[in-house]
Design a protein around this ligand. Structure first.
Ligand SMILES: [Zn+2]
Length: 252
């Protein structure tokens, strides 16, 4: 059963916009082509909070919608992605690791093979926020939630909301689980703090998706080839479905 695809919203996940070809990297030219493609095909690029609200209402979901998210808050969002998004007037949500703003992504537990990359500082985040970019929370130190005490989970989930509000002046409404890892306790704390939360489970967000466990589409699977030209077509949906299934099997 494929479900009602007219009410399915692809929430795209980008990390870093750079040319290293790492698993978290999308080349800037490729990113630019993907955004131009969305513009040419008149895709309705919604803000994440707008998409969450439409999914909750279960109505008025455009059949050609997409949402753009960027995990970790890399400085290259500000230097590479932000100018392209501003030109095309596309909204986007950036998930910040508040304890590392203005530093780099070498938090404890970072996977080997991930390039060391600078992160946005608060001034850049404020500037992007004033230009319409939304900021969400992605913890304080990017830990694996499976290994944390209740107290540590509370700090990693609740504190970023106050920190981002204090630094940018806008309260973040959405959380993204570091590494996509969540536990029942983490989900419960996230549930009473944020309106919605994103995982790294591969799939389309639909009205039946739990708002605090929203699936997304990792653009890693579209970074090394021209598969993005399938976007919005049934082949794209089949490819995402297959990737999601393979990922589930791998994680079992
Ligand atoms: Zn992350």
């Amino acid at each position: 059963m494929l479900g009602d695809w007219t009410a399915a919203i692809p929430i795209l996940t980008y990390h870093s916009i750079d040319s290293s070809k790492s698993v978290i990297s999308t080349d800037v030219q490729q990113f630019s082509r993907q955004m131009e493609y969305l513009a040419e095909t008149k895709t309705r690029v919604l803000s994440l909070i707008e998409a969450v609200s439409l999914l909750k209402q279960r109505s008025s979901i455009p059949s050609n919608a997409a949402v753009l998210t960027f995990d970790d808050g890399f400085r290259n969002f500000y230097t590479c992605a932000f100018p392209i998004l501003r030109k095309l007037q596309f909204p986007a949500t950036v998930f910040l690791v508040t304890g590392y703003a203005g530093k780099d992504n070498h938090w404890p537990g970072q996977s080997p093979g991930i390039p060391r990359l600078e992160l946005l500082d608060w001034q850049e985040a404020r500037e992007a926020s004033l230009a319409g970019i939304d900021f969400g929370a992605h913890s304080v130190t990017h830990p694996n939630f499976a290994h944390l005490s209740h107290e540590d989970l509370t700090r990693e989930i609740v504190d970023p909301q106050q920190i981002i509000c204090g630094r940018i002046g806008v309260t973040p409404k959405i959380f993204a689980y570091p590494y996509g890892m969540y536990t029942p306790v983490a989900e419960e704390i996230v549930g009473r703090t944020y309106e919605a939360a994103c995982t790294v489970e591969m799939g389309f967000a639909v009205p039946d998706s739990h708002p605090h466990r929203l699936p997304r589409i990792d653009m890693y699977y579209f970074s090394q080839n021209n598969l993005f030209q399938w976007f919005g077509r049934s082949a794209f949906r089949r490819y995402v479905g297959m990737r999601g299934l393979l990922r589930k099997l791998r994680d079992q």
